[in-house]
Design a protein around this ligand. Sequence first.
Ligand code: G4P
Length: 195
Amino acid sequence: MNCLEERILKDGVVKPGNVLKVDSFLNHQMDVALLDEMGKEFKRRFADKTITKILTIEASGIAIACSAARYFNNVPVVFAKKSKSINIDGDMYVATVESFTHKNVNQVVVSKRYLNEGDHVLIIDDFLANGCALQGLISIAESAGAKVEGIGIAVEKGFQIGGKVIRNMGYHLESLAIVDSMDDQTSTINLRDQD
Ligand code: G4P
């Protein structure tokens, strides 16, 4: 069991609606030693890949991406910004991302200056649920002519479709923790055995 899995079992809180709160260590208050271990684990899982850039999305992906970057030769981290504006100029790569959790739609944008043809990209994010955010990031990377070498996720909700969809698309997806089921009544979290 890796350190994120252990921490989820210790401090993760199950909320109604299949929501796992990890606010105390990952996406509100952040445990930087844990983040560092997660970065190291991503490096171990993508050790054979040459990465020139890490791509993530604001807000909660940023810290994880920065920790990972330390283990990939300090490559630059680029984060997609969520934008409500429809006046996006031609200097941006744009994708539309629908959030089932928040019931809203965002345009996510990355400046063309920071993602280029020839980049070898590792995409990092905190949660994978339905995969909409990831599909947006993949589309942005591919619009830039960059190659998606891998996708690293902190917590995959294995009972939602995102993981299956992304793996079926042929991407190398690694999730540090996969939640197979959870129950807010009994405060139970079942993690997939990945050893
Ligand atoms: P998807 O991108 O995989 O399709 O997921 P979905 O639309 O369902 O989720 C949208 C947002 O909700 C994402 O954050 C995602 O990280 C978060 N999320 C999904 N399930 C959970 C969960 O069980 N627990 C927690 N804590 N978050 C979850 P976001 O709001 O778009 O970004 P951020 O600003 O929070 O990083």
